[in-house]
Design a protein around this ligand. Structure first.
Ligand SMILES: [Zn+2]
Length: 127
């Protein structure tokens, strides 16, 4: 019997249910974009609870920044880090929002313990 990859998700996570996922054929395969708490992906076969948790951390960050400023800061920080690292992927991985989400995406209880604006802790490049 195939175990439901969503099984136990609601019990372990503070926010109930799973987020809405929109299938988007023009998205790059294996990539997911979080727009205002809705996930956009080409296919959902690779999206597991760790990815969902990662994206929920982003949604928490967005809410704290009232959504639009999140995207503005995200792009600006990526540009600054692109200049610093001269590598787009490395710049992406070092955006403070991504650092927090990648650090805690596997921890299903993280969002219950997380302090508001926790991403600020990850602005420094040594964290
Ligand atoms: Zn992310």
């Amino acid at each position: 019997m195939v175990q439901d990859r969503w099984e136990g998700l609601s019990a372990e996570m503070p926010m109930k249910g799973k987020p809405t996922i929109v299938r988007c054929p023009w998205m790059r395969k294996g990539y997911c974009m979080n727009l205002f708490g809705t996930l956009w992906a080409r296919d959902t076969s690779w999206i597991d609870r760790n990815v969902i948790n990662h994206e929920r951390i982003h949604t928490a960050q967005m809410r704290e920044l009232l959504f639009i400023p999140f995207y503005v800061i995200y792009v600006l920080e990526w540009l600054v880090r692109l200049v610093l690292y001269r590598d787009g992927h490395k710049a992406y991985l070092n955006i403070s929002f991504e650092r927090e989400a990648y650090r805690h995406g596997h921890d299903m209880k993280y969002l219950t313990l997380r302090r508001h604006y926790a991403f600020l802790h990850y602005m420094r490049s040594d964290r």
